[in-house]
Design a protein around this ligand. Structure first.
Ligand SMILES: [Zn+2]
Length: 192
């Protein structure tokens, strides 16, 4: 089966067991939101115990507090009533493996998938690439605890975020499934 066929087949099975979830309300029933990484090893529904309708989950590369992530968080509280937020980065994140300069160089070389080796990423594709990557802030990560704290701080300081929303900072351990608190992030994330 192709990927498309596999997904549609899985969806058929989901529809068969969908039950009464069509009655769920749009606002998250448990009133919170999680900002986390898109890494395929992370399943917020499982690591945080979510069912359909429970919470907002906003995902991007790194789980970073980008302008677009903040756009979603603002909608999450302002229109849909969430009252507590989590920023969850994780160990062994791919965002630790390159810098802005590295990905910009790879994209300028070609638009094919790069290879990773002991010395980092190498471009092996046929060109042309594009220099458009020069205009994107890739929000790479050098230190997980620092990135969680930085993102919690940015969210808390944002003029569209009310001071009463606590923002919790955690690192997910991909080796054990455990959420590990980042105390400095907790400190800056307290409800004011
Ligand atoms: Zn990641």
């Amino acid at each position: 089966m192709s990927i498309l066929e596999e997904v549609l087949s899985s969806n058929d099975a989901y529809v068969d067991s969908f039950g009464d979830k069509g009655q769920l309300a749009m606002p998250p029933a448990r009133g919170f939101a999680i900002l986390t990484c898109m890494d395929a090893r992370l399943d917020p529904a499982k690591y945080a115990g979510l069912s359909e309708g429970d919470a907002h989950v906003i995902r991007n590369a790194g789980g970073r507090a980008s302008d677009d992530a903040i756009r979603s968080l603002v909608i999450s509280y302002k229109l849909l009533g969430t009252k507590e937020w989590f920023v969850i980065h994780h160990r062994d994140c791919g965002m630790e493996l390159f810098t802005d300069d590295v990905i910009r160089g790879l994209l300028a070389s070609s638009l094919e998938t790069a290879e990773i080796g002991a010395d980092g990423f190498t471009d092996v594709g046929a060109g042309p690439g594009s220099r458009e990557g020069d205009y994107i802030d890739w929000l790479t990560i050098a230190d997980q605890a620092a990135s969680v704290t930085e993102d919690v701080r940015r969210i808390k300081a944002h003029p569209l975020v009310p001071s009463g929303i606590p923002v919790y900072g955690y690192i997910y351990d991909v080796a054990t499934g455990r959420l590990i608190e980042v105390p400095e992030a907790t400190e800056v994330g307290r409800a004011g």
